[in-house]
Ligand binder design. Sequence first.
Ligand SMILES: [Zn+2]
Length: 53
Amino acid sequence: MEDFIRGMPKVELHLHIEGTLEPELLFDLAERNSVTLRFGAVEEVRALTTSPT
Ligand SMILES: [Zn+2]
């Protein structure tokens, strides 16, 4: 049974974009699509998306 389950194809039901988009790509996509972000720098976004230690 375990082999059967492990062998089955898997899908991701959905992703949370906040958790999957690197800040650098966010800025690239914004520029490419002429979108103005409310963030001035990559570090600003990273601070919001990084867990406190
Ligand atoms: Zn969810």
